[in-house]
Design a protein around this ligand. Structure first.
Ligand code: SAM
Length: 255
């Protein structure tokens, strides 16, 4: 039976593109990455493998996920709540809409204060969120991912429930492995998330309240990173022309 964390890393994450994107958003030479809600800490592992000066701090409640890979001398793994655990860093990243685990504004601001306190001079906090016309629409998106041996993993992202009066959404990930059209394995409800879908201005307001000096929004563009791993990023200045009707963005707080 394939492992759901393996499939998640292959189909959902694209950490190769994230690292250069985060460096470009930071704008300097960030050495220490913080990865909160890190899951298997795939980004942190890639970060420390990329250079001998790089260090990372990964935090998650789930010890099993966090310790899936062997340890690394320059990677600290902290099992605990992101609101209380961590260490100083230059870039602090929260990916795949995990900021939505903080359901109330009080919890969000408490977390952002803690995150702000961990950042070194010129540090940046970066989290993603989605919005636009389909933000509260129910349904699924399917994407095929080629695997070894002629197999294909069909990954489905389903928005199962969404309440625009509370901002609460239930999002679910399913995986189906097929070979020549025959289903070999199916993992329905591989991951089920109960999230508060924070809007971009809600996140920016909470960041300002938590003490960030400046907030910005970057479109999460598929072609922001070239083949050599160089990222070209600019904050969104004109949302009407720069964002799609449904969008994923990175919301950034600077110290
Ligand atoms: C959607 S996964 C994110 C995985 C990975 N960071 C990514 O970008 O795809 C969310 C993770 O957040 C963790 N989590 C949820 N609430 C948390 C909390 N309060 N403190 C630490 N980790 C938490 C879960 O254990 C889970 O591994």
């Amino acid at each position: 039976m394939p492992d759901r964390h393996d499939l998640y890393e292959r189909c959902v994450q694209s950490v190769d593109d994230l690292a250069p994107l985060l460096r470009a958003i930071h704008g300097g030479k960030p050495a220490v990455l913080g990865e909160d809600f890190a899951g298997t800490a795939a980004l942190s592992h890639l970060w420390v493998d990329a250079s001998d000066d790089a260090r990372a701090i990964a935090v998650d409640l789930d010890a099993q996920a966090l310790h899936r890979r062997d340890g690394h001398a320059r990677l600290e793994k902290h099992i605990g709540d992101v609101r209380t655990v961590g260490a100083p860093c230059d870039v602090l990243f929260v990916g795949n809409f995990s900021i939505g685990y903080l359901h109330t504004r009080g919890e969000l601001v408490e977390y952002l204060r803690h995150a702000r306190g961990r950042l070194n001079d010129s540090g940046v906090f970066v989290c993603d969120t989605y919005g636009g016309e389909s933000a509260f629409v129910l349904g699924g998106v399917h994407r095929p991912h080629p695997l070894a041996g002629g197999r294909v993993c069909r990954y489905t992202w389903e928005q199962r429930s969404a309440d625009p009066t509370t901002g609460m959404v239930t999002n679910v990930i399913h995986f189906r492995i097929e070979r020549a059209g025959v289903i070999e394995h199916e993992i329905m409800d591989a991951f089920v998330y109960e999230w508060r879908l924070w809007s971009v201005p809600e996140l920016r307001d909470a960041m300002a309240e938590a003490g960030f000096a400046r907030t910005q929004v970057y479109a999460k563009l598929a072609d922001a990173v070239d083949d050599e791993g160089n990222a070209y990023v600019e904050p969104v200045r004109d949302a009407e022309s720069e964002l799609d009707e449904s969008f994923i963005v990175l919301v950034v707080g600077r110290v």
